[in-house]
Design a protein around this ligand. Structure first.
Ligand code: CDP
Length: 228
């Protein structure tokens, strides 16, 4: 038997949509990328969409609280803009969370994400509202968490690796502020879907978290194949 997990699906059948949500620096991006590699699925880091809107607004000197301008910026986004390394900075994360509170910005980005999720063969998407709003019928949903201190330590190391020197305490403060804003907003607040499996990676290495995520997806996939 081949070890290709896609072999037992018929030609052209939708394989699997995997939704990976969770707070900043929880490990969801790494987990989503690992699942995409394992199942040979295309992946979308949806945070980049909001980061891109925030960075475009800042570059144009616009007021981040101006929902109409932010919505217009969201409507112009193209996939190639998501490659910009400037989207990975600490500042871009903060800008993203500021523009992500606007319901019309979220609405403007919805179709792109749904189309990506519903492409033939399946996809992996990571973000804050994938399991709750973007693909509520996704057969596999993970909600990845870790303590704020662990997340701040990971993000601090990641930023240092990118050449961005910043104090650990400042990264922790960023993360706590972002958790409060993302979880407290009215539009698609960050929260686990009722049917998401929680994965706390606080005590896990990257490999352990990736293994645990695969086991969760395998169980979801078995249930899904049985039901379809
Ligand atoms: O990598 P990190 O978790 O720090 O951030 P990200 O996933 O790139 O998301 C940046 C910000 O975009 C978040 O703090 C959210 O405010 C927003 N976001 C969102 O509202 N919905 C998503 N599906 C993805 C990101």
């Amino acid at each position: 038997m081949s070890d290709d997990p896609r072999e037992d699906t018929s030609e052209g059948e939708r394989f699997l949509v995997i939704a990976v949500d969770g707070p900043a620096a929880s490990g969801k991006g790494t987990i989503a990328a690992g699942l995409a590699r394992h199942y040979r699925l295309p992946a979308l880091d949806t945070g980049l969409l909001y980061r891109c809107v925030g960075v475009l607004m800042r570059k144009a000197g616009e007021d981040l609280d101006d929902e109409a301008v932010a919505t217009a910026a969201a409507a112009t986004l193209t996939a190639d803009q998501l490659e910009d390394p400037a989207l990975r900075t600490r500042a871009a994360g903060e800008l993203a969370s500021r523009v992500a509170v606007h319901p019309r910005v979220r609405a403007a980005l919805l179709e792109f994400q749904r189309t990506f999720a519903n492409q033939e063969g399946g996809a992996v998407l990571d973000g804050r509202d994938i399991g709750t709003v973007i693909v509520p019928d996704a057969p596999a949903k993970l909600y990845v968490t870790a303590t704020p201190e662990v997340r701040a330590d990971r993000r601090w190391k990641q930023l240092a690796g990118q050449g961005e020197a910043v104090a650990y305490e400042d990264v922790l403060a960023d993360i706590l502020k972002r958790d409060a804003r993302d979880g407290g907003r009215e539009a698609a607040p960050m929260r686990p879907a009722a049917d998401a499996v929680l994965l706390d990676t606080s005590e896990m290495t990257i490999e352990q978290a990736a293994d645990a995520a695969r086991r969760i997806v395998e169980a979801a996939r078995a249930r899904w194949l049985k039901a379809n």
